[in-house]
Ligand binder design. Structure first.
Ligand SMILES: NC(=O)c1ccc[n+]([C@@H]2O[C@H](COP(=O)([O-])OP(=O)(O)OC[C@H]3O[C@@H](n4cnc5c(N)ncnc54)[C@H](OP(=O)(O)O)[C@@H]3O)[C@@H](O)[C@H]2O)c1
Length: 280
């Protein structure tokens, strides 16, 4: 497995499985099957209300805890809950996570970030991250963090490559973990002729070519899937390398256009929403 060296020296696998919008039963199944077939990075969040299921999938896989890079995210409702980290670990059934994010720059997000720093110092989070922080939120956070994050998780794919964000965060060695890496099920990205063409050359599907592009951009990538064949395909991307000319060809697709447009009003709604966690 290729891995990324983080700015604190820790290694993170380049490819993992995402669990957004997976029901508990689907998340348990996808995580178990993914780990059994050789995945070692799993991404979830308080807000996906499937952390207990992810923990069950990890146990059922038979893969040792220390061989799994487990990533989760505190939701804004938890930023001022001083037990948020312990409660998150309890839901997952682990005594540390490999990566802990704050999910949104909403509510008292600085209190949330302080919880990450505390968890990091206590060894409960081996690395920390921010998600969906861009522009003014990063400008404020970078004056206030005591420990710089290792990761930022944001929308990134060939239509939207986060050029400006990378310029801001490269100096700290903060790495990108892409969400919506395949366009979240939208067919237009995956149907771009360049991916079929390159897929033909390398014996890969368009999705595999897109995921390889992410890793060659230096991004960690966590495609979501409840389909075991897709899960298998999504890991099977490290045995070919796109040439510089092919990367340049794909770069022409960059429209600087996101799929998901968040508003300040949504951030307020995020701050007010509380996940209904799966009962123990
Ligand atoms: N931090 C945040 O705010 C945030 C936001 C969104 C997502 N995320 C994270 O990022 C992860 C990835 O994002 P996402 O799951 O929303 O979008 P995505 O990975 O871009 O797309 C998932 C969709 O692609 C399909 N798919 C997966 N593998 C495929 C393949 N090999 N060929 C064809 N189709 C394939 C899936 O369908 P099947 O189930 O049929 O395979 C699903 O419909 C999430 O699961 C989550 O962990 C984070």
């Amino acid at each position: 497995m290729e891995s990324i060296t983080l700015n604190n020296g820790i290694q993170c696998p380049a490819v993992g499985i995402g669990t957004f919008m997976l029901s508990p039963a689907e998340a348990e199944n996808s995580v178990r099957e993914a780990l059994k077939m050789g995945y070692s990075l799993v991404d979830t969040a308080n807000a996906y209300v499937n952390e207990r299921a992810v923990g069950r999938g990890m146990k059922a896989s038979g893969v040792k805890r220390e061989e799994i890079f487990l990533s989760t995210k505190l939701w804004p409702s938890e930023y001022e809950n001083e037990n948020a980290v312990e409660e998150t670990l309890a839901r997952l059934g682990v005594d540390y996570v490999d990566l802990l994010y704050i999910h949104q720059p909403a509510g008292n997000w600085l209190a949330g970030y302080r919880q990450l720093e505390k968890a990091y110092k206590e060894g409960k989070a081996k690395s920390i991250g921010i998600s969906n922080f861009e522009g003014k939120y990063i400008a404020e956070l970078e004056t206030k963090w005591e420990i710089a994050p290792q990761f930022i998780q944001v929308e990134a794919h060939p239509y939207f490559t986060q050029t400006e964000l990378r310029r801001t965060l490269d100096k700290y060695g903060v790495r990108i973990m892409s969400w919506y890496p395949l366009g979240h099920g939208d067919k237009s990205l995956i149907s771009e002729p360049v991916f079929a063409e390159l897929g033909k050359k390398y014996g890969k599907t368009p999705a595999q070519v897109i995921l390889r592009w992410h890793t060659q951009m230096g991004f960690a990538v966590i495609p979501g899937s409840k389909n075991v064949d897709h899960i298998r395909d999504n890991l099977n991307i490290l045995d070919f390398t796109l040439t510089d000319a092919e990367m340049a060809q794909i770069a022409k697709l960059d429209r600087g256009e996101r799929y998901y447009h968040r508003t300040e009003a949504q951030l307020e709604q995020f701050a007010a929403w509380r996940p209904q966690f799966e009962p123990a």
